[in-house]
Design a protein around this ligand. Structure first.
Ligand SMILES: NC(=O)c1ccc[n+]([C@@H]2O[C@H](COP(=O)([O-])OP(=O)(O)OC[C@H]3O[C@@H](n4cnc5c(N)ncnc54)[C@H](OP(=O)(O)O)[C@@H]3O)[C@@H](O)[C@H]2O)c1
Length: 226
């Protein structure tokens, strides 16, 4: 059976956010359908109204114990995307108390629960996690996020082996909304850049274990053209 069909169904945790909505749009453009998950029902309903009949919403707290496994059992998606935000303020390691950093790491644990739930996906399925440029390009004031994003990438590396043949990938955004003079490609990054990249990973059955930097070259150097 062909791995990727027109009936491809994608569960997007954080589906009402910028990257979640952009991913939904990219999946629908490829004739797939989406289930958007977030906690706020109003935001979700605005998101699905804008996306049309291929989108449905489930309002739930993905961080609650057993919530993601239940979503996978109820909705039977082919693929999972984790685009939830961190619900905490954190900055540099010296000044962020461990208690606060643990709150920031809620996103890691949601990713972890999603990876566990992905063991129930069909063999052709995949899970895509979102990290961030600070995982490998630390900057002052972002130490907690560096650790979080690095842990998400390490989780994906291990899960790539343990979940196979279900595929595991990461998109690492950078440069979103940033001044174009910081990138090799002189443009301001958008959420659609990320949505299209996530959809490309979902729809390409040969890609697993990838960490895809989508940052207009921000991490490689600064563009020096005119
Ligand atoms: N934007 C950037 O430039 C950038 C760069 C690097 C990495 N990232 C990371 O990429 C991820 C997505 O970014 P974004 O800009 O799309 O974030 P966003 O617009 O704030 O969206 C976050 C989404 O997560 C949902 N959410 C948060 N906690 C949840 C929970 N416990 N259960 C269910 N849904 C939950 C939110 O909905 P509710 O609040 O209604 O639950 C919302 O749909 C974030 O983790 C962000 O840190 C972003």
């Amino acid at each position: 059976m062909n791995a990727i069909s027109h009936a491809t169904k994608v569960l997007i945790l954080g589906g009402s956010g910028y990257m979640g909505r952009a991913t939904a749009k990219a999946v629908i453009q490829r004739s797939g359908s989406v289930i958007l998950v977030g906690r706020n029902a109003d935001t979700l309903s605005k998101a699905i109204n804008a996306l049309g009949s291929k989108a449905k919403a489930v309002a739930t707290d993905a961080a609650a114990e057993g919530a993601i496994s239940k979503l996978v059992a109820d909705e039977r998606p082919d693929h999972i995307v984790v685009a939830v935000s961190s619900n905490a303020r954190a900055s540099d390691i010296p000044s962020t108390p461990a208690k606060q950093a643990k709150l920031g790491f809620g996103r890691f644990w949601t990713s972890y629960a999603a990876v566990q739930a992905a063991t129930s996906l069909p063999r052709h399925g995949s899970i895509t996690l979102v990290s961030g440029s600070s995982a490998r390009t630390p900057a002052p004031g972002y130490g907690v996020w560096s650790a979080l994003h690095g842990s998400i990438e390490a989780l994906a590396r291990a899960a790539t082996i343990e979940l196979a043949p279900v595929r595991v990938n990461v998109v690492s955004p950078g440069g979103i909304g940033m001044s174009p003079d910081r990138q090799l490609v002189p443009r301001t990054g958008t959420a659609d850049d990320i949505g299209q990249a996530i959809a490309a990973l979902i729809y390409n059955p040969a890609i697993t274990g990838a960490v895809l930097d989508v940052d207009s070259g921000e991490r490689k150097g600064t563009w020096s053209g005119d």
